[in-house]
Ligand binder design. Sequence first.
Ligand code: C5P
Length: 319
Amino acid sequence: MSSRRAVGPAQAVTVRAPAKINVYLSVGTPRADGFHPLATVYQAIGLYDDVTARPGGSGTVPVRVKLAAADHVDADAVPLAPGTNLVHRAAELLGAHHGRRLRSDISISKAIPVAGGLAGGSADAAAALVALDRLHDLQTTDEALLAIAAELGSDVPFSLVGGTAQGVGRGEQVTAYVDPAIVEAAWWWVVVPSATGLATPQVYAHFDRMRPDAHEAPVVPDRVLAALASQDPTSLAAVLHNDLQAVALDLRPDLVDVLADGEEAGALRGIVSGSGPTCVFLCEDADHAREVAGRLQEQHPVVLVATGPVAGAHRVEYV
Ligand code: C5P
């Protein structure tokens, strides 16, 4: 989140929001509302969507959304029709909070793979909240932005906060780690997206079939925080864990090979990100990540390198 303001009405505000991975994810049995209680360590990584808000909208459609997608992004999988994108809902909820209807044209410049377990839709919603707030000079408090973000989706508050943070509840209750050893650590990840996505509800439904005995009260073990604070990639590699991984692999057995390919390419360890199907591989440092990525590129069409942690949704342009 960014609070510095320019003077006078804005013509265009661009906000950048990062992808997330789950360094650790423990999932419990579903709550009465159907959501799963979880305890996770989120990390924002340097793979971004940019969202630009301008004055606009048409008579019947207050918020129009258009998309420019990177080559590796399946643009057809992004809903843009009125009311279908999380960005429309973000505008609705933010407008309702201020008792007005926000009119804007929004363009999303997308580099985060769609339905990949990287919270790309959540990143767009978080970026749209901040961009619309600044464009319309709404001066929404951080508390209100976080509450609206939680209503939009379980991962949206983390997309605002960024860094390395704990998520509990259904993931929407986010607390940034403040231990300087955790804040200042730099991790290098190789990211292998999949050509076809996985729908998060489908993965959680399959989790219920596979894991009827899941924990009642998931927690992040202290050893995970100790590994993060050690700043040692080998220590972190040893504690990476995702309760949804076995589920994603059962739905998508091809991912078993992707994980094996990354480890054969020399990564310290690979893990499915969130509900998948993107696989992320922890490496020693930048050079090691480039080397692993180079090897993986021989077998996989899209291989990205990203460092984490990075900032949550933040303004990059205001004209
Ligand atoms: O919160 P969000 O809209 O991103 O969640 C998408 C879907 O993923 C939910 O409708 C639910 O099926 C599932 N989910 C869940 N438990 C969570 C988060 C998401 O069951 N903690």
